[in-house]
Design a protein around this ligand. Structure first.
Ligand code: SF4
Length: 159
């Protein structure tokens, strides 16, 4: 009797998979992401750290007013809405819940949406400027040893 091999689980930003969880109530489906998952026979575990942190959908867009996700983990950064309302705590909670899902599902890597204040991997929005930095959930996962990369890190040929 042949046994089918279990697929390797990977956390994926839910919006990249077509789930309408973004601040504007929309999704951001990405064909390179679906192709990557199919090509490597990966099992996508969809997560939206902002929803997991208790924020509604749709919601006011957010950005860093200070630092990045790494700085949030050390108590120095801040996330605010575009109108200036502080939202660091929901982002911190969302990152913890995302990490819990990663552990429960045995994920060792995460494919996350670039430039989001939660999911950004290489870039974030700080005070209206796109700068080098990492989102809060991405920083938390990386600190726990997960391999974290964005849809823009997918190798050429998978785009
Ligand atoms: S928090 Fe992450 S998963 Fe949720 S909408 Fe933003 S980028 Fe997508």
């Amino acid at each position: 009797m042949s046994q089918s091999k279990a697929r390797t689980p990977i956390l994926v930003s839910a919006c990249l998979l077509g789930i309408a969880c973004r601040y504007d109530g929309r999704a951001k489906p990405n064909s390179a992401v679906s192709e990557h998952l199919a090509r490597h026979d990966l099992l996508a575990i969809p997560v939206c750290p902002e929803q997991l942190g208790g924020l509604p959908t749709p919601r006011e867009p957010t950005r860093f007013s200070r630092g990045d996700g790494q700085d949030i983990l050390t108590g120095h950064g801040e996330v605010v809405t575009h109108s200036g309302k502080p939202l660091t705590e929901p982002f911190r909670k969302g990152a913890e819940q995302t990490l819990l899902i990663a552990r429960l599902c045995g994920c060792q890597s995460a494919l996350l949406k670039e430039r989001s204040p939660s999911c950004g991997v290489n870039q974030i929005d700080c005070d209206g400027h796109i700068v080098a930095g990492i989102g809060v959930a991405s920083a938390r996962l990386k600190a726990e040893g997960l391999q974290v990369f964005s849809e823009e890190d997918l190798p050429r040929g998978e785009e």
